[in-house]
Structure formats: structure tokens, C-alpha cells
Design a protein around this ligand. Structure first.
Ligand code: SAH
Length: 266
């Protein structure tokens, strides 16, 4: 082999090796027919905006998003918008997933909690950045489907639980980062408590009526300090009805303000 060709082959192997290293989560997406759409998404929707963290860009270019949406919507998976995933829920727009991931500042080895597994897409992106990802989903069907999908795509290390993410995951706490993908009226105190010192909480706060703000809070000397924010629209964080009111039982302890009294009918 001519020396120049040999050197070119060596450089190719080196670059391929580095690319493989960049995706520790497992799933090498390789040639799935959507690699061009995915790279365009990264270039146009993420890099042209403010996604600058190279590890986040590599992760977004690696995870096969079309496998996380209903098959009939696969061709729209890399569009600049959210998509329905069934049960009235949505997978966020790629940019929002990337932004939340960038704000979470996930380092290799960090322990990360996601609240609202949905399709499992955000969990897969997080799993490209660290091998310790925990994700909770309140709808058992979605949790089951996401767990099976993640397993199939090589993200079997992601731990999925079906339950109320408002309460966090106490037996795995504390976390370096918590990413909440459903909007809460206010910061759930259990999540604040399960964050490490220096940890990041990325969460949409507000209601569908009053508007929502995506915020990144950092725990500094035990207090949450708001650092960045952006107006957004997410599905609401819901609480299990069984916890909200059990007939014949006193209402569960709550840190939410009581509902406003209804206006009298005219
Ligand atoms: N992160 C998801 C999209 C989330 S949509 C993805 O990448 O596909 C928001 C999800 O939060 C929905 O699946 C909804 O069922 C779930 N959810 C709502 N309230 C919840 C709660 N209290 N605990 C856990 N999950 C909740």
C-alpha cells in the first residue's frame, strides 16, 4: 500500500475510533436511513441556535429519534417541532431536548434523574453522557414501552420506574442533575431535597393557562439559585388521583396552595 494511502487509512481508523468513543451509551446508530436527517437537525436546529456543548451535539447526532415516535411519524422525527407519542403526551422538539441536556451539564459518571420518561428519548440522550440514568414515568404503559425500546436500542443500563416523579427516586438519591420534562406549578420539594450540592435542576415551571418557564436551578450552599430561563410549553406534571383524594380519608399532606374557591354561579 502506498505510504500516503496507509496514512489516510490510519487517520480514518483514528477518527472512527474517536467517534465510537463519543457515544458511550451503546447504540451505534450507524446507517439507519436517517443519518442525513439527523445531521441536518444537529446543524440547523441546534448549532445555529445556542447548543455549543460538543458532547450534547454528538449525543443528538447519535440517538435514532425516529425509533422513539410512532412508526407512522418516523419521517417527521427530525423536524423542528414536538410530536405526539400517544396517551396525549408529546416528545419535545429536538432543540428543547438538547437545551435541557446542555443546561443539566452532565459529566461522565454523574447520577441523573429524569422525571417523565415518555418515549425514552431524553433518557437515551442522557445515557450517551453518563452510565447512571434513572427515569420515572407515571403512566405504566409508557414506562413499559420506553423500557423495552431502550433495551432494544442498547440503552439497557437506563433504570426505568413507573410512579410519581414528583416524589423523586429517594433510594437512588442524591443526584448530580434532575431533568423534569413535564411542567410543575412550583418546584417539587422532594426533587430539591434529592439534588447534590452543586447539582442542577432543569424544570418547566408554571401552568398551561399562565404560561411556563423552563429554568435551570443550581444548589448552592443548600439553596436553589435560578441561573437561566426560557418561555416554553410542556404537558403538565400530574399527580396520581389516589394520592389526591381517597374517599373517606383525610386529604394527603400537600405543599401546594389550596385550590381557589369556585366563583358562585350567576
Ligand atoms: N421526556 C419524554 C417526553 C415527556 S412528556 C421523551 O423524551 O419522550 C412528559 C411525560 O411526563 C409524559 O409521559 C407524562 O406521562 C409524564 N408525567 C406526567 N406527570 C408525571 C409524574 N408526576 N411523574 C412521572 N411522570 C409524569
Amino acid at each position: 500500500m502506498p505510504r500516503l494511502l496507509k496514512r489516510a487509512a490510519l487517520i480514518f481508523l483514528l477518527v472512527a475510533g474517536l467517534a465510537a468513543l463519543g457515544t458511550p451509551g451503546g447504540a451505534a446508530p450507524a446507517m439507519d436511513g436517517f443519518q442525513d436527517a439527523r445531521q441536518l437537525m444537529v446543524a440547523r436546529q441546534l448549532q445555529r441556535r445556542d447548543i455549543t456543548d460538543p458532547r450534547v451535539l454528538v449525543a443528538m447526532g447519535a440517538v435514532p429519534r425516529h425509533r422513539f415516535v410512532p412508526p407512522a411519524l418516523a419521517s417527521q422525527a427530525y423536524g423542528d417541532h414536538p410530536l405526539p407519542i400517544g396517551d396525549g403526551q408529546t416528545i419535545s422538539q429536538p432543540y428543547i431536548v438538547a437545551l435541557m441536556t446542555q443546561w443539566a451539564e452532565v459529566q461522565p459518571g454523574n447520577k441523573v434523574l429524569e422525571v417523565g420518561t415518555g418515549s425514552g428519548y431524553q433518557a437515551a440522550i442522557l445515557a450517551e453522557l453518563t452510565d447512571q440514568v434513572y427515569s420515572i414515568e407515571i403512566r405504566p404503559d409508557l414506562a413499559r414501552q420506553a423500557a423495552a425500546r431502550l433495551q432494544e436500542l442498547g440503552y439497557g443500563r437506563v433504570q426505568i420506574r413507573s410512579g410519581d416523579g414528583y416524589l423523586g427516586w429517594p433510594d437512588a438519591a442524591p443526584f448530580d442533575a434532575i431533568v423534569v420534562t413535564a411542567a410543575a406549578p412550583r418546584i417539587p420539594p422532594p426533587l430539591a431535597a434529592q439534588l447534590k450540592e452543586g447539582g442542577r435542576l432543569v424544570i418547566p415551571v408554571g401552568s398551561q393557562d399562565w404560561g411556563q418557564t423552563l429554568v435551570r436551578l443550581r444548589k448552592v450552599k443548600g439553596n436553589l439559585v435560578e441561573e437561566v430561563s426560557l418561555p416554553v410549553r410542556f404537558v403538565p406534571l400530574v399527580r396520581p388521583p389516589a394520592l389526591q383524594a381517597t374517599p373517606g380519608m383525610p386529604p394527603p399532606p400537600s405543599d401546594e396552595p389550596p385550590p381557589a374557591p369556585l366563583a358562585p354561579k350567576p
